[in-house]
Design a protein around this ligand. Structure first.
Ligand SMILES: [Fe+2]
Length: 227
């Protein structure tokens, strides 16, 4: 394979640290999160604030929060020719959850997520992701890619690099498109809460089917694929 120094690394898969949030950004998110009703769901669950161009839940300073999300997306994806905001909200992995997600990508191979934990993320509750290799089993759609054994089989290889990113609260993280990831049981004694933002380089509507999943509480393991 040949490439030039200036070629975009289109095949890179990673969950990368972008920067830490500023104190005003933290306050904005904490106020929004405080408005989300507490859930008794024993497994990971999502609360959408915005989907497909529409607000679906109220949050304090909604317009200010939305403007900030737009600025954040413009900042982080400044090198993308185009970027479309798909959804944002809060995802909570409760203490003591037990479900293992299969490795998957959200919606499509051009989809990317921002994650901002409001709590510590440790090796006991950090999402796993596959960095390499994925030569043959690269996701083409919203695929559930499967278990490690299934991916090894599909790849025809002996090893996979499966990574976790432990971090402090209020780190801005970016999941690059096409990076298979999987939620894990939360073995800490606190709920792991995150703000997420989903974007796409292509216009995309995730639609009512996805919203219906979000409304169910809790989700079954088969439904628990995105974001
Ligand atoms: Fe996901």
């Amino acid at each position: 394979m040949t490439c030039t120094v200036n070629s975009p690394r289109v095949d890179r898969r990673d969950l990368e640290f972008v920067r830490a949030l500023t104190p005003p950004e933290r306050d904005l998110l904490l106020a929004a999160h405080a408005s989300v009703p507490a859930s008794c769901a024993p497994e990971i669950h999502w609360t959408n604030l915005y989907v497909d161009g529409a607000f679906v839940a109220e949050a304090p300073q909604r317009d200010r929060l939305h403007s900030w999300v737009l600025r954040l997306v413009a900042e982080v994806y400044a090198d993308w020719p185009e970027v479309h905001l798909i959804s944002y909200g809060f995802v909570v992995n409760p203490a003591g959850s037990s479900a293992e997600q299969p490795f998957h990508c959200d919606y499509g191979v051009t989809t990317s997520n921002l994650f901002i934990p409001l709590t510590r993320v440790t090796l006991n509750n950090a999402t796993r992701f596959i960095r390499q290799p994925l030569a043959r089993a690269r996701p083409r759609t919203t695929d559930f890619i499967g278990t490690v054994d299934e991916i090894l089989e599909a790849e025809g290889c002996e090893v996979l690099e499966v990574v976790q990113l432990a971090c402090r609260p209020f780190c801005l993280l970016r999941l690059l498109p096409g990076t298979p990831h999987a939620g894990v049981p939360n073995r800490e004694d606190y709920d792991r809460a995150m703000f997420w933002v989903t974007v796409d380089s292509q216009p995309r509507r995730i639609g009512e089917g996805t919203l219906a999943l979000f409304r169910e509480d809790p989700l079954t393991p088969d439904e628990r694929g995105s974001p």
